[in-house]
Design a protein around this ligand. Structure first.
Ligand SMILES: Cc1cc2nc3c(=O)[nH]c(=O)nc-3n(C[C@H](O)[C@H](O)[C@H](O)COP(=O)(O)OP(=O)(O)OC[C@H]3O[C@@H](n4cnc5c(N)ncnc54)[C@H](O)[C@@H]3O)c2cc1C
Length: 405
């Protein structure tokens, strides 16, 4: 059996990028299909879900979708620091609830959602441009004809790969995580754990979700390290290394595993009739490899630009370029700056990390948050690089600015 559909816009992948693009495009009056290969939205969780309350509010995500975080603790082999903010500005998302809410908003705006729809091929016109996709769904082979496609398939970049526009990411993060019930936890404190024993090129984490539930995870940079994050996580949990010990008895609930691109903003993201967004575009803050807020924000921009182009009758690369211009203007230089700090962090030895924590200790909560979020506004950086009372902090921000002396 085979089925055939006609839409203005087909979006592949119902993660945060795809659902957000679907919402914006459907709201703007075009006919949208959102295709997801899993049995339900967010069936598999592949992320730790840390994000920022300011962004959550801006996106309208309901308050019951997250646990607020006010204190940021770090530990290295021989050092520990906690930065306490006066109010909670960070959050750990209930990922499933949030991603389902995003998809439901798109559906309410008029988008049609197809789950169990695994896209495995593209349809091209006589000039080689994309004009739809083919997939395998509950009723067998399914064809979706469309004026435009958005590739929101995440790390795999299924559509752009099938078009021959991209190859596999070379540099990426691999992360393994257990969501667990614990005996004791401070529910507004996160932990980032750095140094060889936690991760040779990355970090380990404890992110609380409330109700004594936490996510304990390990992220490892590839190809920098060949450590298997799942194996390292099991070792850390068995040995109850560092702050894991403070959690008392640990009862696993669910295992998560995922990959996130870390090749910088190396990809072109607009082609005739096609936009790449979210992880498929490599839109992630390299400092802590967080991409959810960019996926939502630029998903919405991609949906708006695509639907405007569809309505104007011209969906060529030039008409879609405002999307690429917008995200590059807003995040390219910040992500490049964060990449420099990440390069420094990957090279640190255990004793260097002990010293790095002494520098982090000197940051005020708002300075720390701008730093970890890669919100390197030029005036902020210049202020910190020139006027911070501590030399080590000035040096760190001079590095961010690109000054080597
Ligand atoms: C271990 C780990 C921890 C992370 N922690 C954080 C964090 O704390 N905070 C943060 O902001 N970011 C974090 N990230 C990154 C974040 O998860 C991503 O940046 C974000 O999910 C990108 O959203 P997306 O919509 O582009 O892709 P995804 O969330 O990957 O969504 C893609 C969707 O497309 C579907 N799909 C794929 N291929 C096809 C196909 N062929 N046909 C149909 N559907 C398809 C998938 O099933 C999936 O639902 C983490 C990543 C990892 C790996």
């Amino acid at each position: 059996m085979s089925e055939e559909y006609h839409y203005d816009l087909v979006i592949v992948g119902a993660g945060p990028a795809g659902s957000s693009a679907a919402l914006a495009a459907a709201k703007n009056g075009v006919k949208v299909a959102l295709l997801e290969k899993e049995n339900s939205i967010a069936e598999t969780v592949r992320t730790s879900g840390v994000t920022w309350i300011q962004n959550i509010k801006e996106f309208g995500i309901p308050d019951d979708c997250y646990n607020p975080i006010r204190k940021f603790s770090f530990c290295s082999p021989n050092n520990e620091v906690t930065i306490s903010d006066s109010v909670a500005r960070a959050a750990v998302l209930d990922v499933r609830k949030t991603y389902r809410w995003l998809a439901h908003e798109a559906e309410k705006a008029g988008a049609d959602i197809f789950v169990k729809m695994n896209v495995n091929d593209v349809i091209k016109n006589e000039t080689g441009d994309i004009v739809g996709v083919r997939g395998t769904g509950p009723k067998g082979k399914t064809t979706f004809h469309s004026k435009m496609v958005i590739d929101a398939s995440g790390f795999t970049s299924s559509v752009s790969k099938a078009m021959g526009f991209v190859t596999q990411w070379k540099r990426f993060g691999a992360g393994a995580e257990y969501e667990v019930k614990v005996e004791k936890v401070d529910s507004d404190t996160w932990w980032l754990m750095v140094g060889e024993q936690y991760s040779p090129a990355g970090y380990a984490w404890i992110f609380p979700l409330g109700n004594n539930i936490v996510r304990i995870g390990v992220g490892v940079g590839k190809p920098e390290s060949n450590v298997d994050p799942t194996q390292r996580l099991k070792e850390l949990m068995e040995e109850k290394t560092g702050p894991i010990k403070k959690l008392g008895k640990i009862t696993p609930i669910e295992f998560h595993y995922g990959l996130i691109p870390n090749d910088g903003l190396s990809r072109k993201t607009v082609f005739n009739n096609l936009i790449l967004v979210g992880d498929s575009a490599g839109q992630a803050n390299p400092l802590v490899l967080e991409g959810i807020r960019y996926a939502i924000k630029y998903g919405r921009v991609a949906g708006k630009v695509s639907s405007d182009a569809i309505k104007s009758g011209n969906t060529d690369e030039k008409s879609l370029f405002p999307y690429e211009a917008t995200w590059r203007k807003e995040i390219e230089s910040k992500i490049n700056s964060a990449g420099k700090v990440q390069d420094r962090w990957i090279g640190l030895t255990d004793s260097d990390w002990d010293k790095e924590l002494d520098i982090i200790k000197e940051l005020k909560p708002e300075e720390f948050l701008d730093f970890i979020k890669a919100e390197f506004g030029l005036s902020n950086m210049i202020k910190l690089a020139t006027h911070h009372p501590k030399l080590a902090v000035r040096q760190l921000f001079n590095l961010v600015k690109g000054k080597t002396t």
